[in-house]
Design a protein around this ligand. Structure first.
Ligand SMILES: *Cc1c(COP(=O)(O)O)cnc(C)c1O
Length: 434
């Protein structure tokens, strides 16, 4: 694209690049009469607390994912807690987890009496750095939790090789990347178990909910035994006997949830989920077209990186919380915050930052979560607390990563205005330097 933006920057008093009203360009989830009817149907039947709709949703979900099992949860957090317990994470054990993620990727481990060894991320994928995993493994390490952050797939090949070598489980947190692909494989189906949020802010947004997927029968049974008591083989008051737990070590506790948790999904969510899932592949394809169009139009700008997977047949699913990477060196040292301010003045979206690094938070330094009389991150017998400077990429990523407009439709004329905003600022950055 030729340099066309000779107009004065909006932040310096010029005209804005984005002039058209957004309309439904960013509205998510897309709710139609079909969702309303599905939810009202459950309400009118008085079936909010049942499992019939949830089981239909699970059947459709595992079909879409291509896994043997799917199990619904009231939240992504609870699906991760169950996945960790199913993988054997318990008192005095350790998990490895990226420090820069939403807290639920790791914190459930603390309630299990386990400790977290936080790893660094790669700057250009925002995902766990495969080179920062192996040296953290010890006899107590039970699982690696990987997060396909902001939709970007983790580099699963080296991660799976490390896990296999050390015989530890891999839990994929797919909360940001439903429907995304890594080298042609669905995210969530590569590790031992995939767990994810389906709450309304996420790409596959169905209310408040979560789900796990796996091909491992024992992990599935352990998830049921942990918090889905009415599927363990004892009759409950509204369901026929549902015996999905056959492993003798688990079956002997049938009728009670081993974790003391109640993990049933709300059926207003699963009803909405069935409709959302049906339309998700088509809607995801539109988002991918719009987002790739946006980034392709900015591809020649040095110092702005699109944070897209570089492997064949790999995608960012629904592009949840999509990010770019900014290199101040390419802009004469202009800080990201200033660059972002100028984009915002143009009427577009540029939001510096990501989740904060967990390892520096006081809870992960001093917190005693289960009343053990010592900090949670010392529960395994070694002190896993890490101070400032220990995970440099996580700690400095806020100066580089920024949120971009998340288009839900391919409205070319509108997207072109956002492209113009970015190009205009990138081409005239010198006017922002003091
Ligand atoms: C949202 C989120 C969760 C938690 O899901 P909830 O449904 O909000 O409990 C877990 N991990 C990541 C990475 C998330 O973004």
């Amino acid at each position: 694209m030729a340099k066309t933006n000779v107009e004065k920057l909006a932040i310096l008093g010029g005209p804005k690049s984005v002039t058209k009203p957004a309309g439904d360009l960013f509205t998510w989830p897309i709710i139609t009469r079909e969702d309303e009817e599905a939810v009202l149907g459950v309400l009118r039947r008085g079936a909010m607390s049942g499992t019939d709709v949830t089981k239909q949703f699970e059947a459709e979900f595992k079909e879409w994912m291509g896994t043997d099992y799917a199990l619904g949860y009231p939240s992504g957090t609870e699906s991760l807690r169950a996945a960790m317990w199913a993988c054997g994470v318990g008192l005095g054990d350790e998990i490895i987890c990226p420090s820069m993620t939403y807290w639920a990727s790791g914190l459930p481990a603390l309630q299990l009496g386990a400790s977290i060894n936080f790893a660094d991320i790669e700057p250009k994928t925002l995902c766990i750095d495969p080179k920062d995993i192996e040296h953290r493994i010890c006899k107590k390490t039970k699982a690696i939790v990987v997060v396909h952050y902001a939709g970007h797939p983790c580099d699963m090949d080296p991660i799976m090789a490390i896990a296999k070598k050390h015989k530890i489980k891999v839990i994929e947190d797919v909360s940001h990347a439903q429907g995304g692909l890594y080298k042609g494989r669905m995210l969530g189906t590569i590790g031992d178990i995939g767990a994810m949020s389906l709450m309304s802010g996420k790409s596959l947004a169905i209310g408040e909910a979560g789900i796990i997927v796996t091909n491992n029968s024992l992990l599935y049974q352990r998830c049921i035994a942990y918090g889905h008591y009415e599927r363990t083989g004892m009759a409950s008051n509204y369901n026929a006997v549902d015996k999905q737990v056959t492993d003798p070590q688990l079956a002997k506790f049938a009728g009670l949830p081993i974790g003391g948790f109640k993990h049933r999904m709300h059926q207003l969510s699963s009803a909405c989920g069935r409709v959302q899932l049906k339309h998700y592949p088509d809607r995801m394809a539109v988002i991918q077209k719009a987002m790739n169009y946006f980034w392709d139009a900015l591809a020649d700008i040095k110092g702005l990186d699109s944070v897209r997977p570089k492997w064949e047949n790999s995608t960012k699913g629904g592009w949840y919380a999509c990010k770019g990477y900014y290199d101040p060196k390419a802009f004469g040292g202009l800080p990201l915050a200033k660059f972002a301010e100028a984009i915002q003045a143009e009427g577009s979206i540029c939001a510096p930052g990501t989740n904060f690094p967990l390892h520096l938070h006081p809870l992960l330094q001093e917190g005693d979560v289960i009343g053990a009389g010592k900090p949670a991150l010392t529960m395994s017998g070694r002190d896993l607390r890490q101070g400032p400077g220990s995970l440099p990429v996580c700690e400095s990523i806020k100066f580089h990563a920024f949120g971009i407009p998340w288009f839900k439709h391919f409205y070319k004329a509108q997207i072109d205005e956002h492209i113009k905003a970015y190009r205009k600022v990138a081409e005239q950055y010198k006017k922002l330097l003091k």
